[in-house]
Design a protein around this ligand. Structure first.
Ligand code: TRP
Length: 337
């Protein structure tokens, strides 16, 4: 029986943060450790370049950082093929063929791309590669005939568009490609708010906790978290809704009874912000400590990390090339053999 293929990846534009962790990294480690899937995790440097063409050094550095993050959270290169998108030429070739099956207006309607164009302030100067990155993502997924794609909620439109491309390709050239399904985070954890209460945790907003933050940085960041602006004196009754300390406790805390008691106490009055923040620090630190430790080990050995990526890219190339050959045959452009 054929094993299902799980495939996913991240754009390397910095280090990964706890939002990525709850959004999809945790899911990936879980899937890996079920030992029943063929797992591929890709560092999407081509995609990162679509809006960083003039800053390749940032992307280059981030490739190593993301690889370190992957190893630190427990992705195991013996179980999961970890590779670099730009090192797989078949992906760019498939991208070219798929481009002819997608209209510009369909790309302009992709809600995530639309939101990103606004957020990045491209105005009328949208790089063509950026607008078309959903096509390249369809190549990433179909090259491995991936069935399951564990990603954050913001990636739903990419899966949707990939499915459309697969249908269109298969209708036109024959049933070669596989329609993927997304695996999304548990309800309510798809998007974790930033330290400042902003709905989104993101590097550009400076409101993140990185998986690699050391204890002091973590403590400082936790102390800065947005709580209830009207909870001035410890004795005042405090609000839980919109209070990011409790939002994070709900996501990361294991001791639900304790958290419920703290909530009651806080709402009643008498519990200070520093006390709940101290507890939150402990809770998040417990998650980050083992990740941080592992990262330290790998950080000292970048050669090992690059070797691992090289080996992963070699394996990935074999699979992607096979699909590419099938695709070219189906399209009738395999002239010479
Ligand atoms: N779009 C993803 C991001 O924004 C990265 C990515 C590229 C990806 N190709 C993929 C995710 C294929 C899943 C499957 O980080």
């Amino acid at each position: 029986m054929d094993r299902k293929v799980v495939l996913t990846g991240d754009r390397p534009t910095g280090k990964l943060h706890i939002g990525h962790y709850v959004g999809s990294l945790a899911n990936r480690v879980k899937l890996q450790n079920q030992d029943k899937y063929d797992m591929y995790v890709m560092i999407a440097d081509l995609q990162a370049l679509t809006d960083n063409a003039r800053n390749p050094e940032k992307v280059r550095k981030s490739v190593l950082n993301v690889a370190l993050d992957y190893l630190s959270i427990g992705l195991n290169p013996n179980k999961t093929t970890i590779y670099v998108q730009s090192q797989i030429p078949a992906l760019s070739e498939l991208n070219m063929y798929f481009s002819n099956l997608v209209t510009v207006s369909r790309l302009e309607r992709n809600p995530t791309v639309k939101a990103e164009i606004k957020q990045k302030g491209f105005g009328h100067s949208i790089p063509a590669g950026f607008l078309t990155y959903p096509i390249s993502q369809a190549a990433d997924i179909t090259a491995f005939k991936a069935n399951l794609i564990p990603v954050g909620d913001d990636q739903k439109p990419m899966i949707e568009q990939t499915r459309e491309i697969v249908k269109s390709f298969n209708n036109t050239y024959g049933e070669i490609l596989v329609e993927p399904e997304g695996i999304f985070p548990p309800k309510g954890q798809g998007r974790i708010p930033g330290l400042d209460g902003n709905a989104k945790m993101s590097k550009s907003l400076g409101n993140t906790i990185y998986l690699s933050d050391d204890e002091d940085t973590l403590r400082t960041k936790v102390m800065s978290i947005y709580t209830d602006p009207n909870h001035i004196h410890k004795e005042d009754p405090g609000k839980i809704e919109g209070n990011i300390v409790f939002t994070y406790l709900d996501i990361f805390g294991k001791n639900k009874d304790k958290i419920n008691n703290l909530k009651e106490y806080y709402q009643h009055g008498g519990l200070g912000d520093v006390e709940i923040k101290n507890y939150l620090f402990e809770v998040i630190n417990e998650v980050l400590e083992p990740i941080r430790k592992k990262r330290k080990e790998y950080e000292m050995n970048p050669d090992f990390v690059y070797k691992m990526l090289e080996e992963g890219s070699r394996r990935a190339n074999k699979v992607a090339d096979e699909t590419l050959q099938e695709v070219k045959k189906a399209m009738g452009i395999n002239y010479f053999k």
